[in-house]
Each structure stands twice: as structure tokens, then as C-alpha cells.
Write a new protein. Structure first.
Length: 201
């Protein structure tokens, strides 16, 4: 019986030793890595710009002596676009997007579709069924025929019209506020190059 206890103790001690060794090696390797301050500052600046924190970006630009990846005055317009999208004003958002980047909706058909899709979703949310049908026919039907990749999303959106309470339907996720945020994020990341992985030594 005593032998078993000693054996268990020895085994436990061995396991702890292995874990300690692995942890020690991991910490040693971590300490060898060095992230350049300039790269870290760039990552922080990209985050502030992408999230629309204009004042913080201006202050950090001065303190860290780093140039923002874009004209910070454009952030005011981005904030207005974000507000319009979060409030469900997608036609106004499309107008502002086009004014800020005239080529973006032509160059990015997926973004254009998702903004138009959201206009349709908002009409359905408000119970404006006839307007929703007309909008889908005028702006989305032909696009769906030309681009099979968006056909499934278009069909899911139109399926909302078949339910008296579309928000509780199998496609109710389209009516969730998070879907608005998804559209904003798509526009935001398209216009801001995502931070690359930090180089380490």
C-alpha cells in the first residue's frame, strides 16, 4: 500500500516538474520576443481610426508622433454613416457613402447589395409590405439574377414577407440590430486596412 502511495507521489511530482519546465520554457520564449513600439503604435492608431474615435486618434497622433492612416476629418462623415446605419436609415447611409467614396458601391457589389438588402429589411420591419415588394423588384431582383452568390440572402430576406410576425420567423435574425452593425462593419473594414500581424523578433 505504501509503495502505491510513493508511486503516486513520484508520478505527481514528475507531472508537476514537466508542467513547471514547460511553463518556464514558455516564459523564456515569450521574453525573447520583442514587439517594436512603432508597430504597436500603428496597431493602436488603426484601431482608433477604424472605431471612429477621432479625438483619441488626434491626441495619440501627437503623443506617439505617428501619422494616421487617413485624414481624420473624414471620421466625422464616418460617424454620421455609422449613426445612420445604426438608426436604420440605410438610404441616407448609401447617399453619404457615395458622397465620401463615389466609386465604392460600383467597385464593391457585395457592399452595395447588403446596403440595399438592409433598406428592404427596414421596410419589412416597419410593415410597409407593398413598398418592400416594389423596392425588391426595382433594385434587387435583377441583381440576384446576375449574381448567384447573393441569391440565397435575397431569398431569405423576401421570405420574411410570408410571416405575420417576421421577427419570430426562421429568418428573424435579419431583423436583429446586430445585422445593421454587420453592414457598418463591412463598410468600415473595406475602407480601413485591417492591422497586420505585429512583427516580432
Amino acid at each position: 500500500m505504501r509503495t502505491n502511495v510513493d508511486s503516486d507521489t513520484d508520478q505527481s511530482g514528475t507531472n508537476e516538474g514537466v508542467k513547471a519546465m514547460e511553463t518556464s520554457e514558455w516564459l523564456e520564449e515569450t521574453n525573447k520576443m520583442h514587439i517594436h513600439r512603432a508597430d504597436m503604435n500603428k496597431l493602436i492608431m488603426n484601431y482608433l481610426v477604424m472605431e471612429g474615435f477621432k479625438e483619441a486618434a488626434e491626441k495619440f497622433s501627437i503623443e506617439a508622433n505617428i501619422k494616421p492612416p487617413m485624414d481624420l476629418d473624414q471620421l466625422d462623415e464616418r460617424i454620421r454613416i455609422r449613426t445612420a446605419i445604426q438608426n436604420g436609415q440605410f438610404q441616407e447611409a448609401m447617399r453619404m457613402v457615395t458622397a465620401l467614396h463615389p466609386e465604392i458601391l460600383d467597385d464593391n457589389s457585395q457592399l452595395y447589395f447588403h446596403l440595399q438588402q438592409q433598406v428592404l429589411i427596414e421596410l419589412i420591419r416597419e410593415g410597409r409590405v407593398e413598398e418592400a415588394v416594389v423596392y425588391a423588384q426595382d433594385h434587387l431582383a435583377e441583381r440576384g439574377q446576375r449574381d448567384p452568390s447573393i441569391l440565397n440572402e435575397l431569398e431569405r430576406t423576401l421570405a420574411l414577407l410570408a410571416f405575420d410576425q417576421p421577427d419570430t420567423s426562421p429568418f428573424g435574425d435579419l431583423l436583429h440590430p446586430s445585422h445593421r452593425q454587420k453592414n457598418y462593419d463591412q463598410h468600415r473594414y473595406k475602407q480601413s486596412s485591417p492591422p497586420s500581424r505585429l512583427p516580432v523578433n
